[in-house]
Ligand binder design. Structure first.
Ligand code: CTP
Length: 413
């Protein structure tokens, strides 16, 4: 039956987690305010520490007003001295440095502890994430790169600062990663990793089949369920390839083990799936590829040409059937979806057999409970060995998370 603990969305993974945010002295320090707000909105408990240089860009009062906690930057002046760095480092489940300056990276690489923030870094024994931001020259300098390598070798997560226009006006790498990207990396850092070292391919959304230069055939799939499944797999530690049709809105979620491949037609989706399949541990076909395509694609059909126009359709390739004819390695798991307007479970089970799947996820198409384009869903997970599990109704991310929990059990058994 339905699972009560379904997550509303991926930031809910941070609910009640204890985060320590360290803000060091760079122009990007103002964006740490946005990051702190996002952590708080996700339900995390947040404390902020700053370097002295950081306080020149944003006042500690700003963070105190947001977090309702003291913001510490000075080891020696009272009442700050009463707040021990050891107590704070032990309180925190994770420490996040944003922005991390070249100087702070260098200090951490050397194990220096000459202020409250660097003492915290040295004392904290749990996961640590650094989001650097600096001038391009400083970032590319071999000294900084060597420090980053050293920190990563020691198990710290250091994000790659994206390219863009910097405060100096120069365009190059060195921008602070977007607060949303730091937020999801934090969720990843704290998440369980049952899919670590696994490669997961998820397909999402509808494909388009051209009729003429401006018209196409498609369906109502938004791709949200596929996106939620890809996000949940990444947060569980998998390397993810999301193959999405044009109906999926730009997810702004890529890099660091999450790749997005855009395809337009069912044929192109087939090619992308076949190309990635040899290295895949789990394939989840949640896409709704168009089943038919016009036999002939014309230039733009004019309004007055209706009487000369006929729409003759042919079938597109069935991706799952093509795969099952080629066979899969014993460790590979293939999961399909079934969208049915009636006789949901019997038809889904028939598809599971017909397409040679390990699992099928059945969901309702059409009617008031249709999952298509809706934020919530309810699914039934059917396995090859006859198991049946109902998940939801609930938000698509929560249902996706619960589906992966079940699939992980299968992978581990
Ligand atoms: N699928 C596929 N290739 C297609 C169409 C669908 O691999 N050309 C996959 C879907 O991604 C899904 C499963 O097959 O995992 C079932 O899709 P569904 O649309 O429910 O069924 P169809 O196979 O298209 O059959 P029908 O439309 O007759 O129900």
């Amino acid at each position: 039956m339905s699972n009560p603990g379904l997550y509303a969305d991926w930031p809910s993974l941070l609910k009640d987690r204890r985060l320590l945010l360290i803000v060091t002295g760079g122009v990007a320090a103002f964006r740490a305010v946005d990051l702190a707000r996002r952590y708080l909105r996700a339900g995390a408990q947040v404390r902020v520490a700053m370097t002295e240089a950081g306080t020149r860009f944003v006042t500690p009062l700003t963070f105190e007003a947001l977090t309702h906690q003291s913001c510490v930057w000075d080891m020696w002046s009272r009442p700050q001295a009463e707040i021990g760095h050891v107590a704070w480092s032990e309180w925190a489940e994770a420490v996040v440095v944003a922005p991390a300056t070249a100087n702070f990276l260098a200090k951490c690489a050397q194990g220096l502890a000459d202020d409250f923030a660097s003492c915290l870094m040295l004392a904290h024994e749990g996961p640590k994430l650094m989001a650097p931001a600096m001038n391009t020259g400083m970032w590319l300098n071999p000294a900084t790169q060597a420090n980053v390598r050293l920190l990563m070798e020691r198990g710290l997560e250091v994000m790659v600062p994206p390219c863009g226009r910097l405060a100096s006006g120069r365009i190059g790498p060195g921008r602070l990663p977007h607060p949303k990207a730091i937020l999801r990396r934090t969720a990843w850092l704290l998440g369980p990793k049952p899919l670590k070292d696994k490669v997961v391919v998820v397909t999402a959304g509808a494909t388009w089949e051209s009729w003429d230069d401006i018209r196409y055939l498609s369906n109502r799939s938004s791709g949200q369920m596929g996106l939620a499944l890809a996000q949940a797999a990444w947060l569980m530690g998998a390397r993810v390839i999301l193959i999405a049709g044009p109906s999926l809105e730009e997810p702004r979620w890529s890099g660091e083990g999450f790749d997005l491949i855009r395809v337009e037609t069912t044929q192109r989706m087939l090619e992308a799936v076949l190309k990635s399949f040899p290295s895949v541990d789990v394939l989840v076909m949640s896409a709704a590829p168009a089943d038919f395509r016009p036999r002939r694609v014309a230039g733009k059909i004019k309004k007055d040409q209706l009487d000369q126009t006929s729409l003759v359709l042919e079938q597109t390739p069935d991706i799952l059937k093509t795969l099952s004819q080629r066979g899969q390695a014993p460790h590979q798991l293939v999961v399909g979806f079934a969208a049915e307007s009636e006789e949901l479970l019997p038809r889904a089970r028939a598809k599971l057999v017909d397409k040679g799947l390990d699992f099928i996820v059945a969901n309702q198409a059409g009617g008031p409970r249709s999952a298509f384009g809706a934020p919530d869903t309810q699914v039934w997970l059917l396995s090859r060995d006859g198991e049946e599990l109902e998940i939801g109704p609930g938000p698509k991310f929560g249902v996706a998370w619960a589906l992966w929990e079940k699939l992980v059990e299968k992978i581990n058994s």
